[in-house]
Design a protein around this ligand. Sequence first.
Ligand SMILES: [Ca+2]
Ligand SMILES: [Ca+2]
Ligand SMILES: [Ca+2]
Length: 603
Amino acid sequence: MSRTPHFGLATRCTFVVAAALGAGCIDVPAESKRPRLQTYVDDWRNEIIYQVLIDRFANGDVNNDFHVQAGPPARYQGGDWKGLEDHLDYIRELGVTTLWISPVVRNVDTDADVDAYHGYWAQDLTALNPHFGDLAALRSLTEHVHALGMKVVEDVVVNHLGQVFFYDMNMNGKPDIYTSGTRPGSRVMRTPEFDPDFDLRGVQAQTPLGIAGRAPLIFVRDPEISREPPKPGILGEARAYHGLGRITNFDDETQSRYGDFPGGLKDLATEVPEVRSTLIDAYLHWVEEANFDGLRLDTIKHVEHEFWQVFSPEVRERMRLRNKTNFILFGEALDGRDDLLGSYTQPGELDSVFYFSQHFRVFHDVFATAGDLKQQKPASAIAALWSEKSDHYGTLPQRDGIGVAPAKALVNFIDNHDRPRFLYDSNYDVRALRNALTFMFAEEGIPCVYYGTELDFYGGNDPANREVLWKTGFPTEGETFRHIATLARVRKSYDALRRGDTVVRYASNVTSGAPDAGLFAFERTGGDAGGAYALVVVNASNGQESSAPSPGMPVGAPPGTPLIDVLEPDHVPLVVNGDGTLAVTVPIQSTKILVPADQVVAN
Ligand SMILES: [Ca+2]
Ligand SMILES: [Ca+2]
Ligand SMILES: [Ca+2]
């Protein structure tokens, strides 16, 4: 494979000109001038998303390193937008095409010795997070990304803001730890007024005479940690919040929808029209200022469906009027229930969601557990999950959306910032990781790689899974890095892998004790890929090479077709038998991507 030459800051301008523009240097609009919006995406299934936690990727500007404590993973480490821009060569070499960056707006900086380095504790939606840079730095990043043919997605939270107010339960006007039950014989309860438990009546105040009705919500001014009354407009008023306290039972629908998110993150009254319009205006403002290409939507299952039914068409309409078509809306519901995930992709709602059910039932149950036969599920679990796709997810493209049905554009991911990394989960099984990556790049949908996967990062639960990347020196020679680069190149080369429909051809029921243990095969063909064809044969077993029973597995390619494994193009082609079956043996924990010889492209 050809290696992309490194190009430093000083020469990037020239390089970008040659590659993408043909004239002049990158024109980053000045503070006063909004960028000219346009659509940079043809088909979102052609994209490969790379998730970046800005604070952890690269530190390009030490001037914004206030409150940084190098080392502790729950503290700001100093990464910023400039750092990401400085390392686009690394990202290009990896082959990913769309950057999903952590939220850009100003946060409450810190709480209980944990910092908002992740960006999910919004305080002021009208201001950018000064830890990550200013508007010029953000615009410069997106302009440079676009010039390289890549895209950037804005990460947006509408469910809650950070810890911007406290519930004054003892009505003393101060945030403190409210103590109750101090009478003789009663149990003493200590409740932090920033984070009391859920109460459907609203968090209650107490006086010596008893319950005194709803505790006042008091917004706090502590500029030192950027804890100030929220902006804009109604977000600074109590009526913009549910004020019911923190969710204690996620299985309770009412709590899940109206409670504060753990950490005392204040739940917005998303059913109030003025709150809705304020959120839309505030987040689209940054799209218009920085030319983002889509929105990644946080915690969607904690917001009522009616919100998404208003939000989605309105965002699309606003973007269409600004010449931004194909503007993707994809959401995060951290939940294994496939039908629940799919409910957000029904007509009028989102273009896509993270395929969390697959994260649990395939990447964990089938791939990451390969080293533990008691835990590992057979490949038939993949077929079972996929068989429900068209029942659970939208099968029609959203109106004025991305032009692809949600069921065909789910965001596939192995792990992310809210989950232990795959290598941690799999007891450092690097072969399983690379096999899972091959599967993800060959399946239907949009692949999404969490930063650091390419460098075999192995952090466990949050915040250990949010490692500082720049300490590695951005090496590109490692085996997993090269593997992802190869997979990205292969996916870009074969229309079948990006746009073909899916037919499962084989799914073993066992994980051991039979010649076909761990074997799973699916075709990608038809649909928007026309006659393009690929047969993907996976062996998830780490104990044996596996084969379908003689004479082979039935396939859709005609008898006599020679099939070449594009990951091992020097191997002898496999030829489809006269009866339409294919004899194929796959080594331990590996995958073949078989393409008809006359469709193989040289690269
Ligand atoms: Ca910095
Ligand atoms: Ca108080
Ligand atoms: Ca909510």
